[in-house]
Design a protein around this ligand. Structure first.
Ligand SMILES: [Zn+2]
Length: 128
């Protein structure tokens, strides 16, 4: 899938990056766009995180809708995306993932308990 990547600081406070999906994906119109802060221009981890979301979108035509409305689906998608980031940064200890756990607990409206997120991050660390 063709992807457009834009480095910009025109993002909401506290957001490092996100993907904007085309309005009419069913008709193959438009290109998904990744928007990342300029400070992340050399950061492979955050780029791989957003590319994982594009892959998820490519696999499921209703990805954007599910992601928006279904907390369990959104959590699954974010865990997959953060896995790419954890891999890129070479993390192998839980305390290196504190900021990931904090993001998942606070930024995505997931209603997930920190302890439950920790369990899932430990599973990821054990797998990679
Ligand atoms: Zn994400």
């Amino acid at each position: 899938m063709k992807v457009k990547i834009i480095y910009t600081d025109d993002l909401k406070v506290g957001i490092g990056g996100y993907v904007k999906f085309p309005l009419f994906p069913l008709f193959g119109l438009g290109t998904p766009t990744i928007r990342l802060r300029k400070k992340y221009i050399e950061d492979e981890g955050i780029l791989n995180h957003e590319l994982k979301h594009i892959e998820q979108y490519g696999k499921k035509w209703c990805h954007a809708q599910l992601y928006t409305w279904n907390k369990a689906y959104r959590y699954k998608c974010e865990l997959e995306a953060y896995t790419e980031q954890i891999k890129a940064y070479g993390y192998n200890r839980l305390n290196q993932c504190d900021w990931v756990i904090d993001s998942l607990a606070n930024k995505y409206n997931l209603n997930k308990k920190t302890d439950d997120i920790k369990v899932d991050i430990i599973k990821i660390l054990n797998k990679i």
